[in-house]
Design a protein around this ligand. Structure first.
Ligand code: LLP
Length: 384
């Protein structure tokens, strides 16, 4: 990802910052779009992975819709120019204010996560004399075999409507005057690398689709969510295998005539396109441990502290090498503020520039103000 000329330019830019490789992003988006095209699959990009307007503009231009989980994200999608009729709004806890705002914007679909939410949405839509298009988010109880903090499709998770509540859900739907049933929605987790998981999901989607059709509903949309993982250990093998991913859904879903299949990919589209660029402030060589103290920390990239997530760390100034082992830490007053323990690196010095790779998804968007840190900046390959 990094040519020598990039590294030379990084030396002149104040750290820390997110560096976006917009060419790689473009290639990834095109690979995804062209893999989905033969099947006529629809993609709504999950804004939660990265809602940086420059990145969103590129994603919108490729023709994808937007998957949002707050009124703020819906607003951002509209501002950036996503078509309102290509915006879906999911989330287990949409407030009345958020629902009203999305109703006013005439978005494509609300992915509804509880029976009570159906009732509230019907009431609010009735008050506005509008009809809200909805999909029922079902919790299919399929194990995503990923980190437990980012698993969402098991009975024990808070997301979606459980199968045993579907008969009551169907009754409420039938009685709702201002809701239009579009289809069913699923999302079983994130950073899924075992594609067999999706075969199991397809089997469940077919069962639920038949259940709704048997009850007299027309299921026009099957929304299978997102979750496709990326290879954090090999950030230079950058583009996920979208062809293999979509083929599974084509092979295992029983897609009916006129039925649309929708996806909500986030990480797989943006994850490899950014690195957090940071500088070594201090080197502390102890008896038991060597530390590199960086000028970026958990406030800029929270994933390692929150999920013990692995991100590859490279000393760009010194190049490859495994002379020493370091704990690579940030400046925040928390012991979990650590990007990696006992990481093999070339001997490192104050001022060395480091890249923390695969930081395009759930990086910049999860940055926090903790310790009253400066807001993290972004730099784009197209501008340096
Ligand atoms: N659709 C729904 C309903 C979701 O909840 C999510 C992610 C997505 C789509 C997009 O999933 P993706 O394709 O990006 O895996 N902060 C965590 C990830 C949380 C994912 C939340 N939901 C992390 O840093 O790993």
């Amino acid at each position: 990802m990094f040519a020598d000329k990039d590294i030379a330019k990084f030396n002149n830019i104040e750290t820390p910052f997110y560096y976006y490789d917009t060419d790689l992003l473009q290639k990834t988006l095109e690979a995804c779009a062209s893999a989905a095209k033969p099947y006529g699959f629809h993609i709504h990009y999950a804004l939660k992975a990265n809602f940086n307007p420059v990145i969103l503009d590129q994603i919108k231009t490729i023709g994808f819709g937007a998957d949002c989980v707050s009124a703020g994200e819906v607003r951002r999608a509209v501002e950036v120019g996503f078509e309102n009729k290509k915006i879906v709004f999911a989330g287990v806890g949409k407030s009345d204010k958020e629902i009203n705002e999305a109703l006013d914007l005439d978005i494509f679909c609300f992915n509804v996560e509880s029976i009570q939410e159906l009732e509230v949405l019907n009431e609010l839509a009735t008050a506005k004399r509008k009809t809200a298009q909805i999909a029922i988010r079902i919790n299919p109880n399929v194990d995503a075999h990923t980190h437990h903090n980012i698993t969402t499709g098991l009975d024990e998770n808070k997301f979606g409507i459980n199968s045993w509540d579907l008969p009551a859900c169907a009754e409420v739907l039938k009685a709702s005057t201002n809701l239009a049933f579009l289809g069913i929605h699923f999302h079983i987790g994130s950073q899924i690398t075992n594609l067999d998981v999706y075969k199991n999901l397809c089997v469940r989607v077919n069962e639920f689709c038949n259940w709704f059709e048997d009850k007299g509903f027309t299921v026009a949309v099957l929304n299978v969510g997102g979750g496709l993982g990326i290879d954090y250990h090999h950030p230079d093998h950058q583009i996920p295998d979208f062809k293999a991913y979509f083929k599974i859904f084509n092979d295992f879903l029983e897609i009916k005539a006129n039925q649309e299949v929708h996806f909500e990919l986030g990480r797989a589209l943006v994850g490899q396109s950014a690195a957090l660029i940071t500088r070594a402030l201090y080197i502390k060589n102890g008896k038991k441990k060597n530390f590199v103290v960086l000028d970026a920390g958990m406030t800029e990239l929270m994933r390692p502290a929150l999920y013990q997530a692995y991100h590859k760390i490279e000393n760009l100034t010194r190049g490859h090498g495994n002379d020493l082992r370091y704990d690579i830490v940030g400046p925040i007053c928390e012991s979990t503020d650590c990007f990696g323990k006992e990481v093999e690196q070339p001997e490192s010095f104050r001022g060395d520039v480091f890249a923390i790779r695969s930081a395009g998804a759930y990086g910049e968007v999860m940055a926090s103000k903790y310790n009253l840190r400066d807001e993290i900046r972004s730099v784009y390959s197209s501008e340096i």
